[in-house]
Design a protein around this ligand. Structure first.
Ligand code: KIV
Length: 274
């Protein structure tokens, strides 16, 4: 039985439970969220993990990218979201360069956990500073979610939001990054915009759960930006996004439909992958 089925007890989800979900082959449903009202809907709809992502810079503040999001903003939104959760586990996104030094990473994570109430902190990238930050936090028993593939905080260096890991060298680099974040102590791994086949390979290779966004149906779980799922983000819709509002009929219906589709491995379909 899925932990989020209507009959399951509504015990808060814990970090160790995520490894058990991977081991049991139970898909993990993840959404971003930025306020208490939506958090209540996500939680009661059976979303397992709720991410206060730095995507808030784009979908809440209307900025062109995520780079101007601050630790203060993440903490503010975590506090709001946390008030709406009873079962789902809260993850806070480490903003651009907040992990640039170990001291800064620890101070930022301290605020996100102690003030924001996050149970896990997400760090983008597999570069040395990110690995050092993951290790510094994990060794101090702060659970860390790594994030590789398309890392939106690298948008200036990448020259845009592009699929990663298509060529052999890039693919080998991502496999090495996946190993490195696990060795550094990450307990969850977001894979963004990588070919489906690479998403499958990394998911088989690493002992921790993978959460895909544009990484194919083989990942251990899936994440979408809430505003994308509801079709209100504006702009061109990326291939990996599905507008669940159209088929769900209401906001709650859309979120319930998303959870059901992830749990049944009906979303993402082949057409949502690269
Ligand atoms: O900031 C965010 O919302 C994210 C998800 C897209 C994974 O990092």
């Amino acid at each position: 039985m899925y932990a989020s089925s209507p009959d399951a007890p509504r015990k808060p989800l814990t970090v160790p439970a995520l490894a058990a979900m991977k081991a049991a082959g139970e898909p993990i449903a993840v959404l971003t969220c930025y306020d208490a009202s939506f958090a209540r809907v996500l939680d009661s709809a059976g979303v397992d993990l709720v991410l206060v992502g730095d995507s808030l810079g784009m979908v809440v503040k209307g900025e062109p990218n995520t780079l101007a999001v601050t630790v203060d903003e993440i903490v503010y939104h975590c506090r709001a979201v946390g008030r709406g959760l009873s079962r789902a586990l809260l993850i806070a996104d480490m903003p651009f360069l907040a992990e640039a030094t170990v001291e800064r990473a620890i101070a930022s994570a301290h605020r996100m956990v102690a003030e924001g109430g996050a149970a896990m902190v997400k760090i983008e990238g597999g570069r040395p500073s990110a690995l050092e930050a993951i290790h510094a936090l994990a060794s101090r028993e702060v659970p860390v979610c790594a994030h590789i593939g398309l890392t939106p905080q690298s948008v200036l260096a990448l020259g845009g939001f592009k699929v990663q890991g298509r060529e052999n060298a890039a693919r080998a680099a991502l496999l090495a990054q996946a190993d490195a974040v696990v060795a550094a102590g990450a307990q969850l791994l977001v894979l963004e915009c990588v070919p489906t086949e690479l998403g499958n390979e990394i998911t088989r290779r690493v002992p921790i759960p993978t959460i895909g966004i544009g990484a194919g149906p083989g990942c251990d779980g899936q994440v979408l930006v809430l505003h994308d799922l509801l079709g209100v983000s504006g702009g061109r819709r990326p291939r990996f996004v599905k507008d669940f509002l159209a088929e769900g009929g209401s906001v709650r219906g859309a979120i319930e439909r998303y959870v059901a589709a992830v749990k049944a491995r009906e979303f993402p379909a082949a057409e949502h992958g690269y």
